[in-house]
Ligand binder design. Sequence first.
Ligand code: ZN
Length: 475
Amino acid sequence: MRTAVPSLVAFLLALSSSASADTIVLKNGRRIVAERVSEDGTHVIYQTSAGQMSIPKAIVARVEHDDFLYSPATDLSVGPVSAPQVEPVRGYEDIAARAVHGNSVDYAYIAQLETEARSGSAMAIASLSAADHAAAQFLLSKGEVDAAIRQYRQALVFAPENIGLLLNLAVLYLRKSQFTAALDPLEHARRIAPDSADVAKLTGWAYYGAGKMNKAIEAWTRAERLRSDPEVEQALAKAQRDKSEEESYREGETAHFNLKYYGGATPDLAREILRALEDDFRDLESQLDYTPPDSVSVILYTQQAFLDITRAPGWVGALNDGRLRIPVQGLTHVTPELARVLKHELTHSFVGQKSHYRAPTWLQEGVAQWMEGHRSSANAGALINAAGQGMVPPLGALNGPWMGLSNDEAGLSYAWSLAVVEAIIDSGSVTDISRLVDQIARTPSTEAALKQSLHMSYEDLTQQTMAYLKRAYLR
Ligand SMILES: [Zn+2]
């Protein structure tokens, strides 16, 4: 998320001054973080990074001041619906205990089961499936998602019709945002078990993630018919809202993006944005050594669209909830400010997906700011002073969502996160960021990942950042 917060210098000069970022809470529960909120007779007016917007007062519940909202990319790991519980087979515990022991997978035991399974005995195949499932779940608990996927794929070679294995494999793809890949085991599962509500539920998730609303609605409607489920009911309602709102939108598509925009936005602007995003994509691909598996959805807002949408609640507010939602009010071409917003938001998608949505917030925001071209020059002195007064938050406190932070704290957190990322890159290269993000994807804690990839603790990182700020900016 790219939220305008007061500069750190302003924060240190006027600790008690009132904050300029507010949260507009709509009657439908949605929250919009904005700057300089004001109102006239009929509308609430506010500033965004892309210009002024307004919404009818009738849909606003209240405006909260001095509140900072952050919608973390980590929310995505949950998905629109949860994964079904797959019943383990009888005797599963015994086999699991033989497949995984001493904190590692016993591949010799699994190989032996594979040999027995080649005889075609149903019993032997069931045992192998159970062992593979146990091994995959163990690998998953270690953060080894790719290894877990390989284990399920190997298991399916012997038991291609095992619904439990197919569903577990699909869930792993969904968690990695590989929606197209997830459809493969799901379509297979549907042929075997056409009446499985779980299969329909996950299929809806895959289509929803891929931005195919009609198919998501179809799958979730089927899931609801097969078994009533409040989660599916909610997801279905949201997909229906998204669909009706997006019907009036035009589309543009490039190699890595699908863009939706309201008819009122100029096609020239849409094309320019897609061009800018493709450039950003190539740049981030090489800097972060990662390619998102599926195309990234982008939605452009205009004033008119904004009003239409608020009539049907669904997706007012957030800027990157898996789809880039960019306000372009009043713009006819890509301004330098809009270019920075695009790069910043796209960086969140890369870091989120590459880390399997486990990157801590300080790293997400630090890297996104760095990639958009922001540097610490203006804040270095103030950060050094703040650190001297013990006011810089420990990194561990900036891991999770920044929801509870005041506006001033958020300003400091953004500035400090950028400085930390800048210092990491300065002491090596941007490859260090890429390696750190990879390690985070497969390590239980960020600190452990930091130790393994950069051989540093949070304390070391803090020292390094302070030394860097002094060296680079205080002369
Ligand atoms: Zn951000």
